[in-house]
Design a protein around this ligand. Structure first.
Ligand code: SF4
Length: 222
């Protein structure tokens, strides 16, 4: 049955085309961090990546980690200094508060070590399901599905799922996506969403998987 679903949705073919198109060297900052995983840095970079471009996340993370790269360094940093360091990531005031709170929680409740299970990660205010799954997948090599807005939008347009929220998409993808793809899907669909499958008016004419896409819900495309 699972094989039939995968075949019908062209899952193998689509992943193969996207893996070729988005060579490893072009994968997202967080995806590249998997090579030498530091759970705390992955968590902080993920929090910085919210509502900003990937290139921004990379430069801001580097700048911050040169000055502070441990829970105690960020928890004890002057908030104004932290805001200045992460200013270009956008929403810097809110992000600075989150970074300090999360670092303090990790220090006080988890002995300075980022938790490696979802319940504990979600118990920290500021960490949502996507961030928790990114940490589990990229830092602890656990088989989970990090679903953000790109994964949600692309999966629906391809007709793999019919869902309204990233949380629902995570649950539905768990049922149909072979586990061997779980760790890759976020990096591939994030890049695909940025280059071709943007929320508003996707670039379907140039999309490398357009022959397999029913474009469900797409009202306007280029
Ligand atoms: S054909 Fe269009 S809607 Fe489908 S995946 Fe490509 S860009 Fe997205």
């Amino acid at each position: 049955m699972e094989k039939e679903i995968v075949k019908r949705r062209n899952i193998d073919k689509i992943i193969k085309i996207l893996s070729k198109h988005f060579h490893y060297t072009r994968r997202t900052t967080l995806n590249r961090m998997r090579k030498k995983p530091n759970p705390y840095k992955i968590l902080i970079s993920c929090l910085l990546s919210l509502r900003t471009k990937d290139a921004n996340t990379e430069s801001v993370s580097k700048k911050l980690f040169k000055v502070a790269s441990t829970p105690s360094e960020i928890a004890n940093m002057n908030i104004k200094k932290l805001e200045k360091l992460i200013y270009s990531s956008g929403h810097y005031k809110k992000k600075a508060r989150t970074l300090k709170h999360v670092s303090k929680e990790i220090l006080e409740r988890f002995g300075g070590k980022v938790p490696s299970n979802k319940e504990e990660l979600l118990s920290i205010k500021g960490i949502g399901p996507k961030t928790a799954n990114i940490v589990l997948c990229f830092a602890y090599d656990k088989c989970v599905l990090p679903v953000d807005v790109h994964v949600h939008v692309v999966s629906n347009r391809l007709g793999w799922v019919m869902t309204k929220t990233p949380e629902q998409t995570e649950k539905e993808l768990e049922k149909i996506l072979p586990k061997k793809y779980w760790k890759e899907i976020n990096g591939l669909f994030v890049l695909h969403g940025k280059e071709f499958c943007q929320s508003f008016s996707p670039l379907c004419t140039k999309c490398p998987i357009n022959s397999y896409c029913p474009r469900i819900g797409v009202k306007r495309s280029r």
